[in-house]
Design a protein around this ligand. Structure first.
Ligand code: FAD
Length: 320
């Protein structure tokens, strides 16, 4: 499927734009699940000023959605109308600053931030070693692991709102809760400032190795997956509820529930976006029937289904 090409129209409307616009860009190629349709337009801004110019001049005329490294995204098969923004090199710097702080652009992978912090002897960011997203995704999702989350290390973040205004947000402004940030969903983070304590680089690198070894052993990190599919409901582990509902290994089309970690869904046989979403919704329905607990998606689902197909709960298969 493809959308009408509106890139010429956009270029005419945005004469000072320096970033790149691509029509009908594959999102399957740049997201972990490797499923789903294209973005009507994929925009890679040159830098923060270019991003602000784009948003201000566009004035909300088209839907806009920002993605990072696509490690927490499920793209539907009908693709994403409007503009998908992906930050690139202009947001790719990471540098240590005085007072055991570290500044990173939001296109920087979390693992690179963990390494830079270790090199500079800054504690508190080793947990980023195991999270395969970008800093933008980490700020939005309050990404966390091994007892720490983004909230614990962040001093402040920069963001551009849909009018093109740049904001500096304190940690408290972010209104963080478990895997959630309270900043409006249409604001785009451009930079983060982290703070830690002085630490021994060798000791921090050792912690990072431990994080990597744990992941390797306990999670299917080399598969086409979106990581943890559902948030842990208060007082429960999603994987335990999924296991108890008999869903370990459950298959729908080209996707199945990981047998290694059953809160992970895996595309191992050329799944469609719909296969993955149907699998997730079937798991949710079976967990609800078995335990009475409602699982909520942690993975962000994005875009339109194939014409006329349902989305969400309506996809769940009946109990067998
Ligand atoms: C194997 C595997 C293991 C994982 N383990 C963990 C884990 O231990 N802990 C954990 O928390 N997560 C984990 N995840 C999930 C995922 O890596 C995190 O949620 C990560 O923070 C997402 O970052 P991303 O750049 O891939 O964002 P994407 O998946 O591209 O996007 C996720 C959300 O972030 C938003 N976003 C992205 N960039 C920006 C930006 N610049 N400004 C505003 N919003 C933005 C998107 O709009 C979307 O809502 C795992 C995923 C995989 C595949």
């Amino acid at each position: 499927m493809s959308f009408p090409d509106i890139t010429s129209e956009l270029k005419a409307r945005l004469p000072e734009l320096r970033g790149r616009l691509i029509a009908n860009a594959s999102l399957a190629d740049i997201t972990w699940f490797r499923v789903g349709g294209p973005a009507q337009v994929l925009f890679t801004p040159a830098d923060e000023a270019d991003l602000a110019y784009f948003l201000k001049t566009l004035g909300g005329a088209l839907p806009v959605f920002v993605i990072g490294l696509g490690s927490n995204l499920l793209v539907r098969d009908g693709g994403v109308p409007g503009v998908v923004i992906r930050l690139g090199r202009g947001f790719g710097e990471v540098k240590a600053e005085p007072g055991h702080t570290l500044r990173a652009g939001t296109a920087v992978p979390d693992v690179k931030v963990a390494r830079a912090a270790a090199d500079a002897g800054i504690t508190g960011l080793a947990f980023y070693r195991g999270i395969p997203g970008s800093i933008g995704g980490a700020l939005r999702m309050n990404a966390g692991a091994h007892g720490r989350e983004t909230k614990d290390a962040l001093i402040e973040a920069r963001a551009v709102d849909p009018r093109g205004t740049v904001h500096v947000l304190s940690n408290a402004d972010m209104k963080y809760t478990y895997r959630h940030c309270g900043i409006p969903e249409d604001w785009i983070f451009t930079e983060a400032l982290y703070g830690g304590e002085a630490g021994d680089p060798a000791e921090i690198l050792k912690q990072m190795d431990e994080v990597a070894a744990y992941r390797e052993k306990n999670q299917p990190i080399k598969e086409r997956t979106g990581g943890s599919t559902f948030k842990n409901p208060p007082g429960h582990s999603s994987w335990k509820l999924i296991d108890a509902a008999g869903c370990r290994g459950l298959r729908v089309g080209g996707a199945h529930v990981s047998t290694m970690h059953c809160n992970f869904l895996i595309n191992d046989q050329g799944a469609s976006g719909e296969d993955v979403e149907r699998l997730g919704e079937t798991v949710r329905a079976r967990v609800k029937a078995n335990s009475g607990v409602t699982l909520n998606w942690e993975i962000i689902r994005l875009g339109l289904p194939t014409d006329g197909h349902p989305i969400g709960e309506a996809l769940a298969l009946p109990a067998s």
